[in-house]
Design a protein. Structure first.
Length: 390
């Protein structure tokens, strides 16, 4: 009976295990589709797709996005292999991800780029175009592709004789000269006090003796050493050795200070910040945000058609300063053979560069997402390092 009971319970226990196994499998099969759904949803969220109807409206009948660009290093410029630059690479990366066909059409200025978008001859504009409130009223911009601002380019002029003399007789130099004279008189007193009783070269009378001591200190410090006055006592010679060594250091230091002062004067610019622009001849590019900024300060600037003309005006001395976008100025100075060109002062009037589209364009939201992803994953930072050295 015992064997029968055991044999009867074993099948029941096995059946219970089978039921439990089927229950676990059923629960797993029900959970798997939900997990797969969450994974698919996550993947879809990271992959942006443009509605074909939106893309068709943005590109027009030819199905290609016509982009107005201008040659403005380092954001957009022509190479033997085509267009390149910070803005170009950033756009092409986004266009590749979104599968947007495009063509570039070169324009001479920002004004021409904006007019092309306004008239419909271009579907978009790209390349160092500042986002402003006035432009936002008429057009739509993407999120900033690069954070910029205005700065000043200048070239130091040759220093005049009067400016050199002013530096030579500045308070700093005069203080050093007076300090050196005082030290010479002190050393002259010390040598006279030591030598006056045993050395005929140093008279015992105060004025004559101190005069001879100071004279000895001057010729010894300058290493001239006429030999008409010399020390003879041991204490005097010990002072002489110390003074010779100290004199070498003082002469070297004083010479270095005078030399650096004259050098800085020759290389110093008359323009170092915004406050120095008043009364100076300032150049900038017409129809840009820098014109509006200078007008707001009451500074009448010479307006030229291109950055190249503005650079030439500063290099030739026709203008004292060029106020324009900071990254473009720094890029030009870095590549210029004229080492005297300087970008001075802090960056002011912060502004961002964006891509321009007609108002109400539906292509902007997916582009914004792509540009933001590029800034977050380091792609934009790599481009900044490559083209701007940031």
């Amino acid at each position: 009976m015992s064997d029968t009971t055991r044999s009867t319970r074993r099948p029941r226990f096995g059946a219970l295990l089978i039921v439990l196994l089927f229950g676990v499998l059923a629960a797993t099969s029900q959970a798997s589709p939900a997990g797969a759904s969450r994974q698919t949803k996550s993947q879809d969220a990271s992959t942006v797709q443009i509605d074909p109807a939106v893309l068709a409206v943005a590109t027009g009948p030819d199905g290609v996005l016509d982009i107005a660009v201008r040659n403005i290093e380092p954001f957009a410029f022509l190479t033997p292999r085509g267009w390149s630059g910070y803005s170009i690479e950033m756009w092409e990366e986004a266009a590749g991800a979104l599968k947007i066909p495009y063509e570039y059409h070169e324009k001479a200025s920002v004004a021409e780029q904006l007019e092309a978008v306004r008239s419909g001859t271009a579907d978009a504009a790209l390349g160092a175009i500042s986002i402003t409130a006035a432009r936002e009223i008429e057009f739509d911009f993407t999120v900033p592709m690069y954070d910029s601002g205005l700065q000043i380019l200048t070239k130091p002029s040759s220093a005049s004789v009067w400016s050199l003399l002013a530096k030579l007789f500045s308070s700093t130099v005069l203080f050093l000269v007076l300090g050196l004279i005082a030290l010479l008189i002190i050393v002259g007193h010390v040598v006279w006090l030591i030598e006056r009783r045993r050395n005929e070269d140093f008279p015992r009378s105060y004025l004559s003796g101190v005069w001879e001591g100071t004279w000895w200190a001057i010729v010894t410090m300058s290493t001239v050493g006429y030999g008409d006055t010399s020390v003879k006592t041991r204490a005097g010679r010990l002072v002489a050795m110390c003074w010779m060594l100290l004199g070498l250091l003082l002469v070297a230091q004083f010479t270095a200070i005078i030399t650096s002062t004259l050098t800085v004067t020759r290389l110093e610019s008359d323009v170092n910040n915004l406050g120095d622009l008043n009364g100076k001849k300032v150049v900038t590019v017409a129809n840009t945000t820098s014109v509006q900024f200078l007008d707001g300060l009451g500074i009448q600037a010479l307006e030229v058609d291109s950055t190249q003309q503005a650079f030439q005006a500063v290099e030739s001395g026709e203008a004292a300063a060029f106020v324009y976008d900071a990254p473009i100025l720094r890029s030009y100075v870095a590549s210029s053979s004229d080492e005297s060109l300087q970008v001075v002062g802090p960056v002011f009037q912060p502004q961002g560069y964006g891509m321009v589209f007609p108002s109400g364009s539906g292509i902007i939201p997916p582009l914004d997402l792509e540009f933001l992803k590029q800034r977050e994953d380091g792609f934009a930072a790599d481009l900044s390092s490559k083209y701007l050295g940031d």
